[in-house]
Design a protein around this ligand. Sequence first.
Ligand SMILES: NC(=O)C1=CN([C@@H]2O[C@H](COP(=O)(O)OP(=O)(O)OC[C@H]3O[C@@H](n4cnc5c(N)ncnc54)[C@H](OP(=O)(O)O)[C@@H]3O)[C@@H](O)[C@H]2O)C=CC1
Ligand SMILES: O=C1O[C@H](COP(=O)(O)O)[C@@H](O)[C@H](O)[C@H]1O
Length: 464
Amino acid sequence: MPDESPAVIFVLFGATGDLAKRMVLPSFYELAVENLLPRSWALIGNGRGHRSDDEFRDHIKNSLTEFAAAPDDDQWETFAKNVHFAGGGFTVDDPGDLPSVIDDLREKLGGSVQLVHYIALPPTTFIDYTEALGAHQLATDARVVYEKPFGTSPDKFRELDVAVHKVFDEKQVYRIDHFLGKESTQNLHVLRFANGMVSGVWNREHVEQVQIDVPETLDIDDRAEFYDATGAFLDMVVTHLFQVAAEVAMEPPVSLAADDLQEARESVIGAFRPLDPAEVVYGQYEGYRDTEGIAADSTRETFVAARLWVDTDRWRDVPFILRTGKMLDHSAQRVSLVFRRPVDGPITDVPADGTVLTFDLKGDGSIDMTMTVKEPGSGTALSTGHLSLPLDSVADGLSPYSRLINDVLRGDRSLFTRPDGLAHVWEVAAPLLANPPAPQSYAPHSSGPAAAAELAGSCGWVSA
Ligand SMILES: NC(=O)C1=CN([C@@H]2O[C@H](COP(=O)(O)OP(=O)(O)OC[C@H]3O[C@@H](n4cnc5c(N)ncnc54)[C@H](OP(=O)(O)O)[C@@H]3O)[C@@H](O)[C@H]2O)C=CC1
Ligand SMILES: O=C1O[C@H](COP(=O)(O)O)[C@@H](O)[C@H](O)[C@H]1O
């Protein structure tokens, strides 16, 4: 960043929490080490309790050691000098220590200062903290980042949206969905629009179905209370999987400028058909109810598979099959376009999953192609072959959270969600929330309920 960029004061609400230690703090440190922060900056952690600056610095150092890598001594010294803690909570009636810590830092940093508020708090508190930011004049010209989920039901979404816009202008708001920050997710539009060979086949004429498949081997033991109140559908589908589906389904944006890209992605969500509960399978892994903190009669889903339809000329009648769940037999984050088999010509016995373009979103990401080829040797038997382009072979990328926080600092909103898109998300979700199917039990470390396999039809789940 050039030297003339304004100083940044980054206020992390929920600084003592799980997300902060696993993602936000290590990412902020990564930006510092990569020289992607402005020349002058300060990080303020906020919480209800009191901690000294040094205690908070130790907390960050431990988080880095546990979730990233132990910091280099010199780099850590430079970083730690800019870190502060403002305790005592933050409410409309009592702002605690935060305003005075910000005032001191404004004076110390001098010149123009960009305030960035990162709300890494339980979603039930988003409205209170938003109102407090307004009440204590900390919203003017600031940027604010909301963690997901932005709302927990159609009504709660609307309430939150109104509360946020009473305090902030839409241009100040960054609703984060870290799946949009993944390298491979961004290649869904770059590969498509930069390669005529790909853009020409990105439609219903050539694509039989789209699969967005995010199985996880993880359990929920560390987050039992959050998970039992949330479930797989809200935790993963209305958030990450819908945004990724929109990345696949969008029409070409006017340009890749932030507003155009965001407009293309968010507006196609308006064409998602409300989910039909008959096309959704819920599952719960055996043993879930024995977890500490989970009610013995919980019907919370730990697995979802759903068929989504996108009613545009490009995608009409092409199923988008979404799947995610905990305690499954493998972990993956794959978006696959399964291509139609040739309808005429000399080769008719091509397997249903014989031509598949896959974007692997996990880690550094890769783009993979499965193609039907001739089995080596005599005869004309068919086989399938795979090509893989690991994205770390192209360039070193930032982790998704670092990438998105960097975008906030640069004022680029292209990879953040918009309220019109989210309003549609909740309309799509509403029939299922009103009438959820009973979860079917599945064995831990299996592929989930058998009924989910049927949703994928003759192709099967291509990442299985
Ligand atoms: N954890 C994860 O893996 C992910 C989390 N998220 C989202 O990030 C946000 C934060 O999640 P996470 O860090 O897990 O949450 P935590 O439950 O760890 O809460 C974060 C912090 O918020 C403060 N807090 C807790 N309850 C309240 C309350 N009722 N009022 C005010 N402050 C409170 C606590 O800090 P103190 O006691 O110091 O005040 C706590 O350390 C959520 O919106 C979540 O959905 C998104 C993706 C992944
Ligand atoms: O937001 C969430 O995402 C993670 C999976 O994403 P990853 O990229 O961090 O692996 C998921 O495990 C978690 O339940 C969910 O809250």
